[in-house]
Design a protein around this ligand. Sequence first.
Ligand code: AMP
Ligand code: ZN
Length: 498
Amino acid sequence: MTTAAPLRLFNSLTRQLEPFQPVHPGEARVYSCGPTVYNYPHIGNMRAYVFADVLGRTLSFKGYKLTHVINITDVGHLTDDADAGEDKMEKMAAERAQSIWDIARHYTEAYWADVKALNIRQPAKWTIATEYVPAMIDFAKSIADKHCYELDSGLYFDVSTVADYGRLARAQTEDGEGRIEAVEGKRNAADFAIWRKTPPGEKRQMEWDSPWGRGAPGWHLECSVMSGEVLGFPFDIHTGGIDHREIHHPNEIAQNQAFCCTNGLDKAANSGANVWMHNNFLVERSGKMSKSSGEFLRLQLLIDKGYHPLAYRMLCLQAHYRSELEFSWEGLGAALVRLKRIVWMTERWNSDSELQDATVRAEVGDLSGISPDQTKLLAQFDAAISNDLKTPEALTAFEQAIGLKGKGASWAIDALTLALYMDQVLGFGLDKLTRKDLRLRPKAATITEDEIEAVLTRRKEARAAKDFATSDALRDELAARGVEVMDGDPLGWDWKLG
Ligand code: AMP
Ligand code: ZN
């Protein structure tokens, strides 16, 4: 077996690497906390989904039948992670004087466009929070008597009613980071709303009737309900960004314990999922990435500046998901060159018939033709990805494998089969991606590709006629319009738009 390395994942709950042991033999059920769709996602948010995608692809690569669920939070997430603040969606709708439903639709579609551009595979199901409100009310009803209490502002979860509250965050109940919230009448500082009543005299765009009055569900309740409904408790893996390790996920865990009537967290499965995984943050040199201050780093901004979105995927894969990653335009440029180099290697082998043959063979894992050196590098790749998704090492093994020289009639097909096989994990879509695709025109550019090519043709003719003065003048003409001419570029790009 070429993918025989045992899969080990870092479980935030135990803070340890653990062998992956599926709840249902041969299956992997994964839930990822999805975006709050009150604005465009920034590229930091998208790092969370590239990570979840690599996890899902790795589970498929290792032979598990994957069921992945990602939710869309279209109600309930407050501007403050504790219970103060407004609903992010309501706030944006009021600012824009627009319907919340229109806002939710617009930003969900924008998020899905980013998902597609980054080659993030579609999950088995997108769960939309507002479609699960009746199930949320049922869930809350079932735990209300034993674990909740009502205040004027809503139904609150009493965290002292479950054992080990906050273990995931390694926080004490009473003084967890930033947890003390002045909602009058709360029994414990860390108690949180699972149902928020609409204040008397107010009307929210999104509100529902419940045994605790008209109102809206709490954000933590949503994820407990959607994950449990679709995947069944306990499921295998729950993912999110590292910020969720502190409040959102401990609160989900407390609700899951209450709902499943389980005791302390001596067994991870009592938390609702066996493994809790968290990606670290993408940061800017100036600090935290934000949608409101400085340059709003959306994927579209990268594209507008001429960077192919998969260069951002490469940037993510170059770092381990548990390390902080600093964003810089230089780093993104280097990631693009690295991807271009890979595509230049794989493109050489892609004649139509070879591609078809290799695609089929990669899909079924038929690697019968590969050499001992290739086999060794595949084993290295597998060991790296199986060791808590060590994508930086996996990328290196991949590049070494596609860089091997070989001979013989079937070499190209075998090499391409291996590249596409590994690409099932990396997710660059190398069966389709060409160097030409990677060259995007910056939005601000005033010159078209055809115009550039026309000048370059004239320049080639001048050079052929040894008319170097004209050739230099044409180069300067292009430079003045933002085009850098790259004679003899080893990767075959003879110009670049800056
Ligand atoms: P939100 O839309 O705010 O609920 O966030 C969506 C996902 O992005 C969550 O899993 C967050 O934990 C994650 N996230 C937020 N900011 C960053 C960041 N700068 N880097 C990586 N992940 C992030
Ligand atoms: Zn969540």
